[in-house]
Design a protein around this ligand. Structure first.
Ligand code: 5GP
Ligand code: ZN
Length: 220
């Protein structure tokens, strides 16, 4: 079953190349999403088998488990942020001065402040995942990827269908637990993540706009 495709990473992380499995410990495995929907897209996989098949909307009701995953996700976010720095830092006005200072022969003790790339990420889960084993997305906000091909690919990260890890545990009456509400989110008109412009259901127009926004965003 293709829906069990994340299990081998959980069971046997050491058998994968470091391009795919970035790091692992007793609690979690951090991997690269094989079909990234943005510039940097990682998945954090908790290894505790009692959580594998719980709907993620409910899995983090366990606060001890939630605290562990949060800690691991914070570490994963640091790695993801440094990856994004390497990727788009050279295009970023606010990074150029810092990079130049770092790479100079005689680096100053106090570097100019750079851009905080951890703020450019979303960390959370899909309300109805397509893959079976519990996984947390660590994804940069840009949605700039040739793997982004369908309405669901965009809306699942840019509506309430995406539930930030920071929002857990969800209140019992939280509307995001409702299947009907979440199915409607996937069908919503497109809205640019950066400027809020609407694109109705015109995916081609959205994609063209995402490219423009990506170029402006990486220059920040
Ligand atoms: P979901 O919608 O279930 O929250 O997201 C599952 C994610 O897993 C998707 O972003 C998809 O691209 C990714 N994915 C699916 N199959 C594989 C795989 O075999 N290996 C890796 N590394 N990622 C996968
Ligand atoms: Zn925009």
């Amino acid at each position: 079953d293709a829906r069990n495709g994340l299990l081998p990473y959980i069971l046997n992380p050491a058998s994968f190349s470091s391009d795919i499995v970035i790091q692992h410990n007793q609690n979690t495995v951090l991997i690269r999403d094989a079909f990234p929907k943005a510039s940097v897209h990682l998945l954090l996989l908790p290894r505790d088998s009692t959580k594998w098949n719980i709907n993620p909307r409910d899995a983090f009701d366990d606060e001890i488990f939630l605290a562990m995953v949060r800690e691991e996700a914070a570490e994963a976010l640091r790695l993801a942020a440094s990856e994004l720095l390497r990727l788009i830092g050279p295009h970023s006005e606010s990074c150029k001065a810092r990079i130049a200072a770092m790479e100079s022969d005689d680096p100053p003790t106090e570097l100019p402040t750079g851009r905080d790339f951890s703020k450019e990420f979303k960390v959370g889960i899909h309300a109805h995942p397509s893959m079976n084993h519990l996984h947390v997305h660590i994804i940069s906000r840009d949605m700039y990827s040739d793997r982004l091909k369908h309405q669901k690919h965009y809306n699942s990260f840019n509506t309430d269908f995406f539930i930030p890890l920071a929002d857990f545990p969800l209140a019992e009456g939280d509307v995001r637990r409702q299947t009907g509400y979440q199915n409607a989110n996937l069908k919503k008109d497109y809205k640019c993540w950066r400027c809020g412009q609407g694109f109705a259901n015109n995916f081609t127009a959205l994609k063209a706009h995402l490219e423009e926004e990506y170029r402006a965003w990486r220059k920040e």
